[in-house]
Design a protein around this ligand. Structure first.
Ligand code: SAH
Ligand code: DHB
Ligand code: MG
Length: 222
C-alpha cells in the first residue's frame, strides 16, 4: 500500500461524499498564501469531526490548535445558530488568518479564536465559566496533550466527547524509547486516559492523504 493509493482513495471518498465548498477552499487558499503549514485535517476527516458533533447534538465546542481555521469551520458548521465554539491558537498570524476565514464562512458569530498558548488562555476561559463544552478537539502541540486532556476534563460534562488528532504518527506511538517529545506526549495521553475511569475511549489508525495517523475518541461518563 502506498501513499499515492491512500490519497487516491481519499479523493474518491471526498469526490462522492464531501462536496467542495467555497468557504473551505478559500480557507485553505488563504492559509497557504499566508505560509501556514498544510497540517489541517483532510476534508473527509473534517467531515468526520462535523458528523461526530452533529451525532453528539453539540451546542458548544472547544478546539486546541486552530491553524487557519479549517477544522474550526467544519466543527462550527455542525452547531446551531446560537451555538458557540472557542478555538485556542498560539500563533497570532495563524489566528488572524483563521478569524478572516471564519468571517468569510459566515461563522464569526459562532466561532471565536483566542490567541496565546493554550495553557495561558485556559485559566481565563475557566474563570469566565464558558462551557461545559459538549465536544473538545485536541490538535495543538503534542507534548502538552496530557495537560490538554486534564483541561478538557475540567471543561466538559458527563456525555461530552473528546477527540485527539495525530495519535499514531507513522506508528511511532508504540516506541517507548522515542526521543520525540510529541510521541512521548501522546504516550502520556494514553496512560492518562487508561487510568481515568470516567473516560470510555478508543483509538483508530487511519491512512489517507495525510499519511498514516489516527484519532482518539473518548466519551466522558457520568
Ligand atoms: N486543527 C487545525 C490544525 C492545527 S495544527 C486543522 O485541522 O485545521 C496545530 C496548531 O496548534 C498550529 O496552528 C500551532 O500554532 C498551534 N499550537 C502550537 N502550540 C500551541 C499552544 N501551546 N497553544 C495553542 N496552540 C498551539
Ligand atoms: C502536525 C500537527 C498536526 O496537527 C497534524 O495534523 C499533522 C502534523 C505537526 O506538527 O507536524
Ligand atoms: Mg492534527
Amino acid at each position: 500500500m502506498s501513499q499515492e493509493q491512500w490519497t487516491e482513495v481519499d479523493r474518491y471518498f471526498t469526490d462522492h461524499l464531501v462536496p467542495s465548498d467555497g468557504a473551505l477552499d478559500a480557507a485553505l487558499a488563504a492559509s497557504d498564501a499566508a505560509g501556514l503549514s498544510p497540517i489541517n485535517v483532510a476534508p473527509n476527516q473534517g467531515k468526520l469531526l462535523h458528523l461526530l458533533a452533529r451525532i453528539q447534538g453539540a451546542r458548544s465546542v472547544l478546539e486546541f490548535g486552530t491553524l487557519g481555521g479549517y477544522s474550526t469551520i467544519w466543527l462550527a458548521r455542525a452547531l446551531p445558530a446560537d451555538g458557540r465554539l472557542v478555538s485556542l491558537e498560539a500563533d497570532p498570524q495563524a489566528a488572524d488568518v483563521a478569524r478572516a476565514n471564519l468571517a468569510r464562512a459566515g461563522l464569526d458569530k459562532i466561532a471565536e479564536v483566542r490567541t496565546g498558548a493554550a495553557l495561558d488562555t485556559l485559566p481565563l476561559l475557566e474563570a469566565e465559566r464558558v462551557g461545559p463544552f459538549d465536544l473538545v478537539f485536541i490538535d495543538a502541540d503534542k507534548p502538552n496533550n496530557p495537560h490538554y486532556l486534564e483541561w478538557a476534563l475540567k471543561l466538559t460534562r458527563p456525555g461530552s466527547v473528546i477527540i485527539v488528532d495525530n495519535v499514531v504518527r507513522n506508528g511511532e506511538v508504540v516506541d517507548p524509547d522515542s526521543q520525540d517529545p510529541r510521541v512521548q506526549g501522546t504516550r502520556a495521553l494514553f496512560e492518562l486516559i487508561a487510568e481515568r475511569p470516567q473516560l470510555s475511549a478508543t483509538a483508530l489508525q487511519t491512512v489517507g492523504s495525510k499519511g498514516y495517523d489516527g484519532f482518539v475518541i473518548a466519551h466522558v461518563l457520568g
